[in-house]
Design a protein around this ligand. Structure first.
Ligand code: HEC
Length: 109
């Protein structure tokens, strides 16, 4: 039995890592990429300072009363029939949720 222990640890460790990765925020390098994406690509419609343009403003006071899951779904899937495109080719659902979380507090520069 003893010789099985490292393996069990390893498998448990993998399981822990994968669930942690799902729940945790993107790593710092990926956060930088996402911040850049929002400022550049989303900014082209929502404004570089996110105060709105073709798309509505995305500042904390504008999003405060809206459910975060719905906003994350809007980013991930887009809004059919509007110019808001889907972003699922560029990010995971967890990353869309992270962006919403940041938009609702204070989006980093
Ligand atoms: C081509 C223009 C365009 C781009 C690029 C774009 N959006 Fe949008 N977005 C829109 C429009 C237009 C709406 C409003 C849709 C509607 O009428 O419901 C919208 C809606 C939204 C909403 C819902 C806002 C609310 O108050 O309900 C969120 C959140 C959002 N966009 C985030 C983003 C993010 C994040 C990105 C970049 C990853 C992005 N958008 C890129 C045009 C755009």
């Amino acid at each position: 039995m003893l010789q099985n222990k490292p393996q069990t640890c390893f498998i448990f460790g993998l399981f822990f890592l994968s669930t942690a990765a799902l729940a945790a925020e993107p790593d710092v390098a990926r956060q930088k990429e996402l911040i850049h994406l929002v400022r550049q690509d989303c900014g082209s419609c929502h404004g570089m300072t996110l105060k709105g343009g073709l798309g509505p403003a995305l500042l904390p006071e504008d999003l405060r009363d809206k459910p975060a899951e719905g906003l994350a779904a809007t980013i991930y899937y887009g809004r059919p029939g509007t110019p808001m495109p889907p972003w699922k080719a560029f990010m995971s659902e967890a990353e869309a949720a992270w962006i919403v979380d940041k938009l609702m507090t204070r989006f980093p520069d």
